[in-house]
Ligand binder design. Structure first.
Ligand SMILES: [Zn+2]
Length: 326
């Protein structure tokens, strides 16, 4: 993903004030035990990292994919593959992993999307020596992919009224070292939103069937600080901020403003309300030191951070449904 400047913040002043109040009166101890296991999420990340660097099209990515699918099968879920190629990435076969978790409400066609990318950044074959190093993406790709498995496990046992579709995107990272305009990146999300468009009746806007898309990206750092992405929907941010406050996690959420281009943008382009739960610095700390470096390894992760994000996410979902799936 790519950070942009902070010039065009779309969050309103009342929201910022209410979020300040929310964080100002937060408590430190969580009010309930997390239903999401951070330890289990971290164990998934460790396994994925153990396969080594796994950029799009690599043999190692096949191993990561098989691992994710295998874990979903163990939970009694039935993931499928959305395989495709792109004119812009000759020789690469991409595979998104798609896992539907049915809702409890009969005749409900609407769905909610939860996503992560599972490819790691390609750090070989680039022109400059400093762009070539060993990169396993423990936080960038790994943390969110491991956590999404545990969120899927929870939702299988505690389904929402609507279908939740969990997505592990391939090809989020750019093929050249530098992101450029994102032309040669986000292959999985760009492809999947088009596939989704074809799945629902053309006569109606896609947003009627898919009101919400939530992305997880870089959610496991020890110094957890989820950024306030100004491309994300203000109501979704408000819901998550409120949940975090209730659970005593306010200090981990939305203290740094930034604007990111990530896998949520192709969905936003269809009018879907999007949220990117991402740690990408902002006005205080800037770019994390481990981002797109050899330092993004298991040593920067913590099970607790994964648990905090997972806990907050699953406790936010009922309010998301109330607000967006009336
Ligand atoms: Zn990245």
């Amino acid at each position: 993903m790519k950070k942009r400047t902070h010039s065009s913040l779309s969050l309103s002043l009342p929201l910022l004030i209410s979020m300040f109040l929310v964080s100002a009166c937060s408590t430190s101890a969580p009010v309930e035990k997390s239903p999401i296991s951070g330890k289990a999420a971290l164990a998934h990340v460790k396994k994925m990292v153990s396969f080594g660097p796994h950029p799009a099209g690599s043999a190692a990515l096949l191993k990561v994919r098989d691992y994710i699918r295998g874990e979903l099968h163990k939970m009694g879920l039935k993931p499928s593959l959305d395989s495709f190629r792109s004119e812009k990435a000759k020789g690469i076969q991409f595979h998104n992993i798609v896992c539907k978790i049915p809702g409890t409400k009969k005749n409900e066609k609407r769905i909610l999307l939860l996503a992560s990318h599972y490819d790691s950044k390609k750090t070989t074959g680039h022109p400059l020596p400093e762009q070539n190093f060993r990169f396993v993406g423990a936080n960038d790709g790994g943390s969110s992919s491991g956590l999404l498995l545990e969120v899927a496990r929870y939702l299988k046992k505690h389904p929402l009224p609507i279908e939740v579709r969990c997505l592990w995107f391939d090809g989020e990272e750019s093929i050249p070292f530098d992101w450029g305009e994102g032309e040669l990146a986000m292959f999985g999300s760009k492809h999947y939103v088009k596939k989704l468009r074809a799945e629902f009746p053309k006569e109606k806007d896609l947003v009627e069937f898919v009101p919400v898309f939530i992305l997880l990206d870089m959610v496991g750092a020890k110094d957890l600080s989820i950024s306030m992405d100004s491309n994300s929907d203000a109501d979704l941010i408000r819901i998550v901020a409120k949940t975090a406050q209730r659970l005593g996690y306010s200090k981990f959420f939305f203290h740094e403003r930034t604007q990111v281009t990530d896998d949520h943008i192709p969905f936003q382009n269809y009018g879907i309300a999007v949220l990117d739960l991402i740690q990408f610095g902002g006005e205080r700390n800037g770019t994390p030191t481990w981002w797109h470096t050899e330092g993004d390894d298991l040593t920067i992760l913590s099970a607790k951070s994964l648990e905090i994000v997972g806990h907050t996410l699953v406790r936010s979902l009922p309010d998301v449904v109330k607000r967006f799936y009336k």
